[in-house]
Structures are given as C-alpha cells and as structure tokens.
Design a protein around this ligand. Structure first.
Ligand code: FRU
Length: 465
C-alpha cells in the first residue's frame, strides 16, 4: 500500500490507529512473540487504558490483534505476562500450559495488582476480579513477574513510584505474594519511578550478571522521562548492585522497556519510543495514531577495564528487511534516501577521526549524528512541526569508552532514529518530525585510513503491519 503519512514507521511497530504507550506482557509462547501494550481504543490520547495486542513469529513482522484486556471498574495499566507451565496458579484446567498476565488496575485514587488468564494463546482473556497485591495505595504499579528457577518461585518487581522504591516479592501460585526486599531510593531520583525489570544476562565468559532497570519521570538525561539501570546480583531475596546507576539510552525517546519472558538463549526487550515530556503533543494524531515501539534489542553485558556495562544490539532478525546494499566510502558522500534506511559503519582508529551523518529534507538539515573518539552526538533541531514540543530540540550525547574498534549502526525510520555505537554501549533513540520528508544523507568520514573502514547502507523494505 502507498503510505500517505510521512511519519508512520515502516519497520517499528505501530497500531493502525489510536494511542499507545508502554509495552506490556512480553512473553514468548508456542513460537510466538506476544507484544501487549498500553492502548486507548477510542482516541489518540492517554485515557481508557486497555491492553492492545500484536503477535509475531520473527520480531519483525507483527500482526495486530486489537484489544486483549478491557477496562472495567479500573483501567488496565502496565504489567507483564508469564507462561504457567504447571498450572501453579490453578487458573488452568491442568491439561496444557497457558498465559497469565499480572497488571495494575488503576483508578484515580487506587492502584493494585491483578491477574488475567488466557487458555487460547492470548486470543481471549478472563480478568480475575480480586487483587493479588493491594496496599491500599494511590501509586503502586507495573508488576513484572518472572520464574526464578534457583529458588523455584515466581518473583515480582513492582514500584512504589513516589517513594522511588522497587519492591521484590515471591509467590508459589501467583496469588499470594510475600515481600522479600526493597531497592531504593538511590541513583536517579529526580522523578517518580516506573516500570521495573530484573533479569540475568551472561557476559562473554559465561558469568551471570543481574540487570535491574527502572524508569523515571521526569529526571531523565534531558529533563523528561528516562531509563536507568544497575548491574549486580540477585540471590532470590534481594538485588545488590555492583555499579552506580547509568542511563540505558542517551536519547530522549526510549521508555518503559521490559524483556520477553520465557525466551530461550537470549534477552530481548523493546520500549515505547516517546517521552512523557511531549508524548501528548507529537504531531501524528492527525493520521489517527500516536506512539510506536522501539526496535527489539538483544541485551547483554560486556566486562570492560572499568567494570561491567550494559550492551544492546538490534535483533539480527531485522536483517531480512535489507534491500540492495550501497557501499559508503571515506570522504564526503551524498546519497538519496527515503523513509527507512539502515546504516552500518565499522572502523579502527588510534586517536582522532570524525564521522558525521546529516539527514536533510528540502527544508534543510533535520537531524545529524556525529562520532568522535569520545562520544556520539545526535543533534535534533527544532522544526516548524515541532515548535510546540517542549524539550524537543537539543543535543543528545552518549559517552564512548576507549575502544580502538568503532562502529555506528543506525536505523532511520520516518519519524525516528535509533543509533547503536561502541559495540552496543552507546545508544541514542530519538523521535524526529522533519518539516519535509528526509530525502538525502550526507556522510563525512575524515581522519581514517583506507583499509580501516567499511561502510554500507540499505533501504529497508516495509514490515507489514
Ligand atoms: C509508564 C506508565 C506506567 C503506567 C502506565 C500507564 O509510562 O506511567 O507507570 O502503568 O504508563 O499507562
């Protein structure tokens, strides 16, 4: 189909219409990746929260399935989903594994955690009316449940937003929860805490590291919302950090990421690609939709000279979208591009170099990316379209550790830019709303020797959703 809407992503998930925010209930079951999300089926603003749903077999092509969990007495706020393999919740018939979702029921004055179950792989859901975790509080939300094999228990992380606390709890049956410990307040506390996740990853030597991530709003790196993480241990009881808090993403539009539960071999997450600072005002609602997900990313840990650090890479499945490769060369090259492109540059350098990509429309430079030995910088200027978006224009900087080998992996997709550099250590995710469609990329590569550089770009075919 011909796309009339210049901001609609080609390779990032967006529903056909209406408002979305956080991904919810990410779970892998029966060969399908489930993607639920905060969804308002009635309009392009944040109200009447339901869970919308999409499914995929490859993390690239998504099939939208409409509403999964419907608001009733309360709105259906964020949460998670697991496969109940052994009917530990008693909500199944005991013959086959099924999905259990744990979400926050929200009213103006009260938030508590509830269960929903599905016996048909997420197509239809039963909401169970009694709260499984209720402290009579106004702010208490975003349960992320996972199976912890070493202690043979379900573990939940859930936030007390105002107190800047992540509470950890244990359960045998998903109904009765016992408090284990509390993490926080610590690290970045300049805003309320939301959407925690706690999960293990292995480094290259096969050593396990636990990642605790929690979002905050405001108090992010540029004032709006942002995501921080710590690396450490989880002993079945409490999380102990070995690092200070760091930003997961140095751009402005990566929020509320959670990981897929029950995915063998690897950790994958994605996030809502927006910022509470201006999410209600981004100029896509004229087309009937507002909000998109980031690309799915593999999450790992690298142990560097100054300790462990989180690394994120786009999932390799995305490579099936690549069309004909066009090589990039040293010096200055201008290329015609259209809505969705992937760039991949690799080089080695001892001291100085300068790599710069500028994306232009007929109205001028819409966004640029610069890599120096110390950092990656994305510059997002104000456009006529974004004049009313508070905090939109700016420079977003991600530090690069001294590496010797450099890479820049970048996805430009209509109204977004995702930049991966430093072997997955320096990430910048930014929405962009060009005044005119981007039509040209100018690539300037200086200070490098032939032989130490390879570069390519691919137009990307449209993922059908
Ligand atoms: C995070 C968040 C969650 C909440 C949901 C409501 O973006 O505020 O804390 O559950 O969105 O839509």
């Amino acid at each position: 189909a011909v796309r009339q809407d210049p901001y609609r992503p080609h390779v990032h998930y967006t529903p056909a219409a209406n408002w979305i925010n956080d991904p919810n209930g990410l779970v892998y079951f029966g060969g399908q990746y489930h993607l639920f999300y905060q969804y308002n089926p009635y309009s392009s603003s944040h109200a009447h929260m339901h869970w919308g749903q999409a499914v995929s077999t490859d993390l690239v092509h998504w099939q939208e399935r409409g509403v999964a969990l419907t608001e009733g007495e309360h709105q259906i706020f964020s949460g998670s989903a697991v496969v109940d393999w052994k009917n530990s919740s008693g909500l199944g018939d005991g013959t086959s594994p099924f999905l259990v979702a744990c979400y926050t029921g929200h009213t103006e004055t009260h938030q508590a955690q509830y269960l929903a179950s599905s016996q048909d792989r997420g197509e239809t859901w039963t909401l169970h009316p009694d709260a499984v975790l209720d402290r009579g509080k106004q702010d208490f939300r975003d349960p992320k449940v996972f199976w912890h094999a070493p202690s043979a228990a379900w573990i939940m992380t859930v936030v007390h937003p105002i107190e800047r606390e992540v509470e950890l709890l244990r359960s045998a049956d998903l109904h009765t929860w016992t408090s284990l410990s509390v993490f926080g307040p610590t690290g970045e506390t300049g805003g309320i805490w939301e959407v925690p996740d706690l999960f293990p990853v292995l480094d290259d030597d096969g050593q396990e590291h636990w990642v605790l991530k929690v979002d905050l709003n405001p108090g992010g790196p540029y004032g709006g919302s942002g995501v921080q993480y710590w690396l450490g241990d989880f002993d079945g009881q409490r999380f102990t950090t070995r690092t200070p808090s760091r930003w997961v993403d140095h751009g402005q539009d990566f929020y509320a990421a959670i990981t897929w539960h029950d995915l063998p071999e690897r950790r994958v997450w994605l996030s809502w690609m927006s910022n509470w600072q201006y999410a209600h005002h981004v100029p896509t609602a004229t087309e009937g939709w507002r909000g998109a997900m980031s690309l799915p990313r593999e999450v790992g840990v690298s142990v560097d000279a100054d300790g462990p650090i989180l690394v994120q890479r786009p999932v390799p499945e995305l490579q099936i979208l690549r069309q004909t490769l066009r090589p990039l060369h040293l010096g200055v090259t201008s290329l015609q591009v259209d809505q969705a492109h992937e760039f991949l540059l690799n080089w080695s350098a001892a001291e100085s170099f300068h790599v710069r990509l500028e994306f232009r429309s007929e109205a001028g430079i819409e966004v640029s990316v610069e890599v120096t030995p110390e950092e990656v910088v994305v510059r997002r200027p104000k456009t006529v379209v974004t004049a009313g978006l508070d905090g939109y224009a700016g420079e977003h900087r991600a530090p690069l550790p001294p590496l010797g080998a450099y890479d820049l992996h970048l996805f430009l997709d209509a109204s977004s830019l995702e930049v991966f550099a430093g072997g997955g250590r320096a990430i910048i995710t930014d929405l962009l709303f060009p005044a005119q469609p981007i039509c040209e990329a100018t690539c300037t590569i200086k200070g490098l020797d032939h032989g130490s550089f390879t570069g390519a770009l691919w137009p990307l075919s449209q993922a059908d959703f």
